[in-house]
Structure formats: structure tokens, C-alpha cells
Design a protein around this ligand. Structure first.
Ligand code: SAH
Length: 212
């Protein structure tokens, strides 16, 4: 299978929906096949989510691109990702920002992601195990926050980890179906935009969903 060609085709397809060329260029540099289990590699460049074990998924490339574009990264930012999963999204963020802090609640996924990202040579990604509270307060505030699991509501405890002027993208809704929100933190009254429907695995924890 020619992954290089498949990747180029996927990026061309995303180009009809995504206008930020830096996001497309970042995705064109990253071998998505290395972030999925061996048996899923032939599907790595389909525009669909794929299983990564433990009932979790690597998101669909289009939704990844939409979420990344919404963060409006220019290169100097400190970014928080909640839900490391495979580490693929963290790699994209690391191409576009200065420092990526990413948290994951399942240790084995965090470990696999760490190996993949180390092998690819990323030096600006820190992976942490999720604690009791959402996000990662120790390194806050962040210029941008990406939440890659679905919350029942916009969590105040994540908003408070965002700088004024910072952007957060987060799927909000039921356990099974959600709307993607972009929140821009402002001194008076945050700006909330709906970017459309989506489907993510649940965000588990205090002020989110219970583990079932
Ligand atoms: N961004 C990932 C896909 C994430 S899937 C990628 O690029 O592959 C969602 C992930 O969020 C899962 O791995 C799940 O274990 C994790 N998760 C769920 N609740 C969490 C929480 N409270 N803190 C951190 N990670 C969480």
C-alpha cells in the first residue's frame, strides 16, 4: 500500500473544506498510519474515525482539521489537548504551536502515544495522565484548548484554564451525539460558536460523564 499517495489524496479532499493551508500542510507531514493498530493501517487515509483499542477512536480527519483550524494557531502558542488517544492530534498541534500539553486517562493509550510520538522525534509534546480535575491546571493558562472527547456541557474548569482571547473547541451534547463548539474567552462574555454536528466518545470524569 502506498501511504504517501493515499495521504496526498486525503489532504486534497480536505482542501475543499479547510482553508487554513498550515493545517493541511501539517496533516500532510504526519504519517497517520503509525497512529492506528496494524490491522487498521490500510484504512488510515479514509476520511473516517478508526478504533484504537479500549473502546476509543482516532477521530475522522475532516473533524480533526475543522477543530484544528478553529484554534487559529500561529506558532507561538501553548496548547492543551484533553484526550491524547493515539497521539495523532497532538502531533498536528505540535506542528502548529510551540508547546503541546496533552492529557489522557487511560495509561496504556498514553504509553502507546508516547512511543509513537518519540519515534517520530517530537520534542514539544508533554503527555500527562489525567488527574481528578479536567485538563491540566499545573501548566495553565493555555492559548488554545482542544477537547477530543464529548462533554455534557461546556466545563467551567476547562474555560478557566484558557487565557483571555484564547480559543477552546469541544464537542458538547449527549453521550452519543454532540455539537462542536468553539468558545473564545473574553473579559466580558465569552463568544460561543456552533461549528456543527459531531460524534465523539465521552469525556469521563468530574463535571463530565461517569465511567460506565
Ligand atoms: N485525540 C485523539 C483521539 C481521542 S479519543 C487522537 O488523536 O487519537 C478520546 C480520548 O479521550 C480517549 O483516549 C479517552 O480515554 C480520553 N479521555 C476521556 N475522558 C478523559 C479525561 N477526563 N481526561 C483525559 N482524557 C480523557
Amino acid at each position: 500500500m502506498d501511504f504517501t499517495q493515499a495521504r496526498a489524496r486525503l489532504i486534497a479532499h480536505l482542501g475543499s473544506e479547510i482553508s487554513d493551508r498550515r493545517v493541511l500542510a501539517a496533516m500532510a507531514r504526519i504519517p497517520r498510519e503509525l497512529f492506528v493498530p496494524l490491522e487498521e493501517r490500510p484504512s488510515a487515509y479514509g476520511d473516517m474515525p478508526l478504533p484504537i483499542g479500549l473502546d476509543q477512536t482516532i477521530s475522522q480527519p475532516l473533524i480533526i482539521a475543522v477543530m484544528t483550524e478553529a484554534l487559529e494557531l500561529k506558532g507561538k502558542e501553548k496548547v492543551l489537548e484533553v484526550g491524547t488517544g493515539s497521539g495523532y492530534q497532538a502531533a498536528i498541534l505540535a506542528e502548529l504551536a510551540q508547546l503541546v500539553i496533552t492529557v489522557e486517562r487511560l495509561p496504556s493509550l498514553a504509553e502507546t502515544a508516547r512511543k509513537t510520538l518519540n519515534n517520530l522525534g517530537y520534542k514539544n509534546i508533554e503527555i500527562h495522565l489525567a488527574g481528578e480535575a479536567l485538563g491540566y491546571q499545573d501548566k495553565a493558562p493555555y492559548d488554545a484548548i482542544m477537547v477530543t472527547a464529548a462533554a455534557p456541557r461546556i466545563p467551567d474548569d476547562l474555560l478557566s484554564q484558557l487565557t483571555v482571547g484564547g480559543r477552546m473547541v469541544i464537542p458538547v451534547g449527549s453521550r452519543y451525539i454532540q455539537e462542536l463548539y468553539k468558545i473564545t474567552r473574553r473579559r466580558k462574555g465569552d463568544l460561543v460558536q456552533n461549528l456543527g454536528g459531531c460524534r465523539f466518545v465521552p469525556l469521563i470524569g468530574k463535571n463530565a460523564w461517569e465511567n460506565e
